[in-house]
Design a protein around this ligand. Sequence first.
Ligand code: NAP
Length: 253
Amino acid sequence: MTGTHSRVAIVTGAGRGIGAAVARRLAADGFAVGLLDLDEDGVRKGAEAIVADGGRAIGVKLDVSDAGEVDAAVSKVADELGPPTVLINNAGITRDNLIFKMTEQDWDSVLGVHLRGSFLMTRAVQKYQTEQKWGRIVNLSSTSALGNRGQVNYSAAKAGMQGFTKTLAIELGKFGVTANAIAPGFIATDMTAATAERVGMSFEDFKKAAAEQIPVRRVGEPADIANLASFLVSEGAGFISGQVVYVAGGPKD
Ligand code: NAP
């Protein structure tokens, strides 16, 4: 990246798991980072750790599906760190159930966090990106976008993230803004630990069984996603836009 671009990144869902790893990695790459999450304690600790390592970071509590909170949080990052030009839409939840047992609340909350949340965040951040004539958007999709039993809500949301990404790439490209999606397979985080619990398996056994189905014979770690996010927001990735990259230890589409 040249010195003329704002090096301020926002990562949602940065309180733990993949978002926390991406925030740490972007800070190591030289970005000032706004860590945003429902979990105030998680983002405060994450920001403190980055500052202790000599970086710049703030933690901000928000619900990404609340328009007022989103606008306030993005303004706070802009005021305290500078105009945000990198956005990682990572906040996510699962509310798994077979369709005959799925409630409207399960459906609305999952689409609300992933799709409405990413829309609200991107609408707020693109203002700074287009002003700066440079930006990078990375959206978290999932291999579940291709279909996964018990996840009609989540797979619809994650497939939606792919269309959202491609349209952002088309609309914002002329402003120097790229948009890409990362579609992880099995990544060891609290989210997959909760799935193990739901199906009545220990997390160790669940990971072992998953690894047997993955060509590289291991499950993913948050750093596997952070490595790609780091590249996609770099200057060198400026001609890659509207793509979905599966990070799943094997082919998925
Ligand atoms: P995680 O460990 O459950 O972390 C998700 C974070 O998002 C949590 O800190 C959570 O806060 C936060 N969050 C949830 N709802 C929010 C909201 N409305 N506003 C702000 N923050 C909110 O999940 P992860 O495994 O790191 O997953 C990160 C992303 O990758 C998600 O989009 C997920 O769908 C995607 N993904 C994960 C996997 C995987 O195998 N782990 C695979 C494919 C895709 P609280 O702690 O307060 O709930």
